[in-house]
Design a binder for this molecule. Sequence first.
Ligand code: CUA
Length: 295
Amino acid sequence: MFLGPSNTADKVQDAFLITVIACVILLVLVTGVMVFFLMRYSRKRHPVPEEVHESVALEIAWTVIPTVLVLAMFYLGWADFAYLRNPPPNAMTIEVTARQWSWTFQYDNGKKSEDLRVPVGEPVKLVLSSEDVIHGFYIPAYRIKEDTVPGLKTYLWFVANEEGTYDIFCSEYCGTGHSRMLTRLVSMSRADFEQWYGETGADGSALLVAKGCTGCHSLDGTRKVGPSLKGVFGRKVAVLTNGAERTIIADEDYLKRSILHPEADVVKGYPPLMPVIPVTPEELGAILDYLRALR
Ligand code: CUA
Protein backbone atom coordinates (compact mmCIF):
# COMPACT_ATOMS: atom_id res chain seq x y z
CA MET A 1 0.00 0.00 0.00
CA PHE A 2 2.40 2.68 1.25
CA LEU A 3 5.50 3.05 -0.90
CA GLY A 4 8.30 4.37 1.24
CA PRO A 5 12.08 4.36 1.15
CA SER A 6 12.40 0.86 2.67
CA ASN A 7 10.44 -2.37 3.22
CA THR A 8 10.37 -1.62 6.96
CA ALA A 9 8.88 1.84 6.37
CA ASP A 10 6.16 0.24 4.19
CA LYS A 11 5.23 -2.33 6.83
CA VAL A 12 5.12 0.08 9.73
CA GLN A 13 3.33 2.76 7.74
CA ASP A 14 0.63 0.33 6.51
CA ALA A 15 -0.17 -0.97 10.00
CA PHE A 16 -0.15 2.60 11.32
CA LEU A 17 -2.42 3.91 8.53
CA ILE A 18 -4.98 1.10 8.87
CA THR A 19 -5.13 1.65 12.63
CA VAL A 20 -5.52 5.40 12.24
CA ILE A 21 -8.25 5.00 9.60
CA ALA A 22 -10.18 2.54 11.82
CA CYS A 23 -9.87 4.94 14.77
CA VAL A 24 -11.03 7.96 12.73
CA ILE A 25 -14.08 6.06 11.40
CA LEU A 26 -15.00 5.00 14.95
CA LEU A 27 -14.49 8.51 16.29
CA VAL A 28 -16.80 9.98 13.63
CA LEU A 29 -19.46 7.27 14.17
CA VAL A 30 -19.48 7.49 17.98
CA THR A 31 -19.42 11.29 18.04
CA GLY A 32 -22.13 11.47 15.35
CA VAL A 33 -24.48 9.10 17.19
CA MET A 34 -23.82 10.92 20.46
CA VAL A 35 -24.67 14.33 18.98
CA PHE A 36 -27.77 12.88 17.27
CA PHE A 37 -29.02 11.37 20.57
CA LEU A 38 -28.33 14.59 22.46
CA MET A 39 -30.65 16.44 20.13
CA ARG A 40 -33.22 13.70 19.56
CA TYR A 41 -33.69 12.89 23.24
CA SER A 42 -33.16 16.29 24.85
CA ARG A 43 -35.57 17.22 27.67
CA LYS A 44 -37.27 19.74 25.40
CA ARG A 45 -38.22 17.16 22.78
CA HIS A 46 -38.50 14.22 25.14
CA PRO A 47 -39.63 15.37 28.59
CA VAL A 48 -40.40 11.90 30.06
CA PRO A 49 -37.58 9.29 29.90
CA GLU A 50 -38.53 5.81 28.78
CA GLU A 51 -37.66 2.56 30.53
CA VAL A 52 -34.79 0.85 28.74
CA HIS A 53 -34.76 -2.95 28.52
CA GLU A 54 -31.72 -5.06 27.74
CA SER A 55 -31.22 -6.20 24.17
CA VAL A 56 -29.22 -9.41 23.75
CA ALA A 57 -28.57 -8.74 20.08
CA LEU A 58 -27.20 -5.26 20.84
CA GLU A 59 -24.96 -6.53 23.63
CA ILE A 60 -23.54 -9.30 21.47
CA ALA A 61 -22.91 -6.77 18.69
CA TRP A 62 -21.05 -4.30 20.88
CA THR A 63 -18.93 -7.05 22.36
CA VAL A 64 -18.11 -8.98 19.21
CA ILE A 65 -17.45 -6.10 16.79
CA PRO A 66 -14.86 -4.26 18.95
CA THR A 67 -13.21 -7.59 19.83
CA VAL A 68 -12.80 -8.45 16.16
CA LEU A 69 -11.48 -4.95 15.42
CA VAL A 70 -8.94 -5.03 18.23
CA LEU A 71 -7.80 -8.55 17.28
CA ALA A 72 -7.39 -7.43 13.66
CA MET A 73 -5.16 -4.54 14.78
CA PHE A 74 -3.23 -6.89 17.04
CA TYR A 75 -2.73 -9.30 14.16
CA LEU A 76 -1.40 -6.49 11.93
CA GLY A 77 1.10 -5.45 14.58
CA TRP A 78 2.08 -9.00 15.43
CA ALA A 79 2.57 -10.15 11.82
CA ASP A 80 4.69 -7.11 10.97
CA PHE A 81 6.68 -7.45 14.18
CA ALA A 82 7.51 -11.07 13.31
CA TYR A 83 8.51 -9.95 9.80
CA LEU A 84 10.73 -7.15 11.13
CA ARG A 85 12.45 -9.44 13.67
CA ASN A 86 13.37 -12.15 11.14
CA PRO A 87 16.14 -11.13 8.77
CA PRO A 88 16.41 -13.36 5.69
CA PRO A 89 19.42 -15.72 5.90
CA ASN A 90 21.03 -14.22 2.77
CA ALA A 91 21.13 -10.71 4.25
CA MET A 92 24.40 -8.78 4.01
CA THR A 93 25.76 -8.27 7.54
CA ILE A 94 27.15 -4.93 8.71
CA GLU A 95 28.51 -4.47 12.23
CA VAL A 96 27.45 -1.22 13.88
CA THR A 97 29.47 0.04 16.83
CA ALA A 98 28.25 2.91 18.97
CA ARG A 99 30.39 4.90 21.35
CA GLN A 100 30.34 8.30 23.01
CA TRP A 101 29.73 9.96 20.52
CA SER A 102 30.01 8.40 17.14
CA TRP A 103 29.03 5.45 14.99
CA THR A 104 31.27 3.07 13.07
CA PHE A 105 30.09 0.64 10.42
CA GLN A 106 32.20 -2.37 9.55
CA TYR A 107 31.64 -4.51 6.49
CA ASP A 108 32.43 -8.17 5.75
CA ASN A 109 35.63 -7.26 3.89
CA GLY A 110 36.95 -5.28 6.89
CA LYS A 111 36.08 -1.90 5.40
CA LYS A 112 34.98 0.67 7.98
CA SER A 113 33.04 3.86 7.49
CA GLU A 114 31.43 6.67 9.40
CA ASP A 115 28.21 6.65 7.38
CA LEU A 116 26.15 3.57 6.60
CA ARG A 117 26.22 2.66 2.92
CA VAL A 118 23.99 -0.02 1.46
CA PRO A 119 22.93 -1.21 -1.99
CA VAL A 120 19.31 -0.72 -3.02
CA GLY A 121 17.12 -3.84 -3.22
CA GLU A 122 19.21 -6.11 -1.00
CA PRO A 123 18.44 -7.28 2.52
CA VAL A 124 20.90 -5.79 5.01
CA LYS A 125 21.28 -7.03 8.57
CA LEU A 126 22.80 -4.67 11.11
CA VAL A 127 24.44 -6.24 14.15
CA LEU A 128 24.59 -3.55 16.82
CA SER A 129 26.84 -3.19 19.84
CA SER A 130 28.16 -0.46 22.09
CA GLU A 131 31.61 0.21 23.53
CA ASP A 132 30.40 2.18 26.54
CA VAL A 133 26.82 3.09 27.43
CA ILE A 134 23.40 2.40 25.91
CA HIS A 135 22.75 4.28 22.67
CA GLY A 136 19.74 4.12 20.39
CA PHE A 137 20.25 3.45 16.68
CA TYR A 138 17.41 5.18 14.87
CA ILE A 139 16.60 5.69 11.18
CA PRO A 140 13.36 7.69 11.24
CA ALA A 141 12.72 7.48 7.48
CA TYR A 142 12.94 3.67 7.63
CA ARG A 143 10.82 3.50 10.79
CA ILE A 144 13.38 1.32 12.58
CA LYS A 145 15.10 1.78 15.91
CA GLU A 146 17.04 -0.48 18.24
CA ASP A 147 19.13 0.10 21.34
CA THR A 148 22.84 -0.67 21.30
CA VAL A 149 23.80 -2.26 24.60
CA PRO A 150 27.32 -2.84 25.96
CA GLY A 151 28.06 -6.57 26.15
CA LEU A 152 25.07 -7.53 24.02
CA LYS A 153 24.47 -7.90 20.27
CA THR A 154 21.18 -6.56 19.00
CA TYR A 155 20.05 -6.43 15.40
CA LEU A 156 17.86 -4.82 12.75
CA TRP A 157 17.26 -5.55 9.10
CA PHE A 158 15.83 -3.75 6.09
CA VAL A 159 15.79 -3.52 2.32
CA ALA A 160 16.31 -0.08 0.79
CA ASN A 161 13.65 0.57 -1.87
CA GLU A 162 15.30 3.56 -3.51
CA GLU A 163 18.48 5.61 -3.60
CA GLY A 164 18.72 8.38 -1.06
CA THR A 165 20.38 9.85 2.01
CA TYR A 166 18.65 9.60 5.37
CA ASP A 167 19.47 10.75 8.90
CA ILE A 168 20.61 8.35 11.58
CA PHE A 169 20.14 9.56 15.15
CA CYS A 170 21.11 8.38 18.59
CA SER A 171 17.77 8.13 20.37
CA GLU A 172 19.02 7.39 23.89
CA TYR A 173 20.48 10.18 26.03
CA CYS A 174 24.13 9.17 26.37
CA GLY A 175 26.00 12.23 27.66
CA THR A 176 27.35 15.61 26.56
CA GLY A 177 27.68 14.76 22.85
CA HIS A 178 24.35 12.95 22.51
CA SER A 179 22.68 15.57 20.32
CA ARG A 180 25.61 15.50 17.91
CA MET A 181 25.69 11.71 17.63
CA LEU A 182 24.41 11.85 14.07
CA THR A 183 25.31 10.18 10.86
CA ARG A 184 23.76 9.24 7.53
CA LEU A 185 22.41 6.22 5.73
CA VAL A 186 23.31 6.34 2.04
CA SER A 187 21.45 3.86 -0.14
CA MET A 188 23.22 3.48 -3.47
CA SER A 189 22.78 1.66 -6.74
CA ARG A 190 24.35 -1.81 -6.83
CA ALA A 191 27.16 -0.57 -9.12
CA ASP A 192 28.00 2.52 -7.01
CA PHE A 193 27.99 0.41 -3.88
CA GLU A 194 30.31 -2.23 -5.39
CA GLN A 195 32.75 0.47 -6.43
CA TRP A 196 32.75 2.09 -2.99
CA TYR A 197 32.97 -1.30 -1.28
CA GLY A 198 36.05 -2.23 -3.29
CA GLU A 199 38.05 0.90 -2.40
CA THR A 200 40.47 0.14 0.42
CA GLY A 201 43.57 1.64 1.96
CA ALA A 202 44.14 2.82 5.54
CA ASP A 203 44.69 6.52 4.98
CA GLY A 204 44.71 8.93 7.92
CA SER A 205 41.25 10.29 7.24
CA ALA A 206 39.70 6.80 7.22
CA LEU A 207 41.56 6.02 10.46
CA LEU A 208 40.18 9.11 12.19
CA VAL A 209 36.72 7.89 11.25
CA ALA A 210 37.34 4.23 12.13
CA LYS A 211 38.80 5.05 15.54
CA GLY A 212 35.86 7.28 16.35
CA CYS A 213 37.94 10.51 16.54
CA THR A 214 35.58 12.40 14.25
CA GLY A 215 32.78 11.90 16.77
CA CYS A 216 34.33 14.67 18.88
CA HIS A 217 36.78 16.40 16.47
CA SER A 218 35.45 17.86 13.25
CA LEU A 219 37.62 18.08 10.14
CA ASP A 220 35.96 21.24 8.83
CA GLY A 221 36.47 23.73 11.65
CA THR A 222 33.14 23.08 13.43
CA ARG A 223 33.35 23.06 17.22
CA LYS A 224 32.23 19.70 18.60
CA VAL A 225 32.97 18.09 21.99
CA GLY A 226 36.68 18.54 21.25
CA PRO A 227 38.56 21.10 19.15
CA SER A 228 38.41 20.80 15.36
CA LEU A 229 41.41 19.20 13.69
CA LYS A 230 41.27 21.55 10.70
CA GLY A 231 44.55 23.40 10.39
CA VAL A 232 45.71 22.11 13.77
CA PHE A 233 49.28 21.42 12.65
CA GLY A 234 51.49 24.38 13.57
CA ARG A 235 48.65 26.20 15.34
CA LYS A 236 49.31 28.10 18.60
CA VAL A 237 47.29 26.40 21.31
CA ALA A 238 46.54 27.36 24.91
CA VAL A 239 46.63 24.17 26.97
CA LEU A 240 46.33 23.18 30.60
CA THR A 241 49.21 21.00 31.76
CA ASN A 242 48.63 19.67 35.28
CA GLY A 243 46.22 22.54 35.76
CA ALA A 244 48.70 25.24 34.67
CA GLU A 245 48.03 27.19 31.49
CA ARG A 246 50.71 27.46 28.84
CA THR A 247 50.83 28.18 25.14
CA ILE A 248 52.45 25.69 22.81
CA ILE A 249 52.80 25.13 19.09
CA ALA A 250 50.90 22.05 17.90
CA ASP A 251 53.86 20.31 16.31
CA GLU A 252 54.35 16.62 15.65
CA ASP A 253 55.46 15.90 19.24
CA TYR A 254 52.47 17.67 20.70
CA LEU A 255 50.00 15.88 18.40
CA LYS A 256 51.61 12.51 19.13
CA ARG A 257 51.39 13.17 22.86
CA SER A 258 47.76 14.28 22.52
CA ILE A 259 46.88 11.00 20.84
CA LEU A 260 48.89 8.68 23.08
CA HIS A 261 48.40 10.58 26.38
CA PRO A 262 45.29 12.73 25.88
CA GLU A 263 45.24 13.78 29.54
CA ALA A 264 48.75 15.36 29.40
CA ASP A 265 47.87 18.70 27.74
CA VAL A 266 44.18 19.54 27.54
CA VAL A 267 43.21 22.36 25.18
CA LYS A 268 41.83 25.27 27.19
CA GLY A 269 38.05 25.58 27.06
CA TYR A 270 37.37 21.88 26.40
CA PRO A 271 36.48 19.18 28.91
CA PRO A 272 39.23 16.61 29.67
CA LEU A 273 37.15 13.75 28.25
CA MET A 274 39.30 12.14 25.59
CA PRO A 275 39.91 8.43 26.15
CA VAL A 276 43.15 6.67 25.20
CA ILE A 277 42.55 5.11 21.80
CA PRO A 278 44.99 2.37 20.83
CA VAL A 279 46.93 3.05 17.62
CA THR A 280 49.82 1.18 16.05
CA PRO A 281 52.94 3.19 15.07
CA GLU A 282 51.92 2.89 11.37
CA GLU A 283 48.46 4.20 12.14
CA LEU A 284 49.90 7.07 14.18
CA GLY A 285 52.17 7.97 11.24
CA ALA A 286 49.27 7.94 8.78
CA ILE A 287 47.14 10.11 11.08
CA LEU A 288 49.98 12.65 11.56
CA ASP A 289 50.55 12.80 7.79
CA TYR A 290 46.89 13.48 7.29
CA LEU A 291 46.76 16.19 10.00
CA ARG A 292 49.84 17.89 8.56
CA ALA A 293 47.99 18.29 5.27
CA LEU A 294 44.59 19.20 6.73
CA ARG A 295 44.33 22.95 6.10
CU1 CUA B 1 24.54 7.97 21.87
CU2 CUA B 1 22.80 9.42 22.60
